[in-house]
Design a protein around this ligand. Sequence first.
Ligand code: SF4
Length: 91
Amino acid sequence: MKPARVRPIAALWEWQASAACRGLASDRFFSPQGERGAARAERERSAREICEGCVVRDECARFAVESGEQHGVWGGVTGREREAQRQRSRS
Ligand code: SF4
């Protein structure tokens, strides 16, 4: 039997080296405590705008789904949207 190929941990994060958000403040992608309504919508819109031009958008969105990330905009997708996708895939 062939030994299982184990992907090095660093390979899981390689895509981040090309991220359009590299060096930006994380609060552009993650809600500060208590953020609601128009403020949240505007922050998410701004984050999606950055993600739209990102060359690793697909890898980022996939990583968030596979790792069960509940918070933040990853690959232009919010935590609420990922949760809705999870629920749809279960039903
Ligand atoms: S898709 Fe968005 S959150 Fe993901 S790496 Fe690119 S800019 Fe960052």
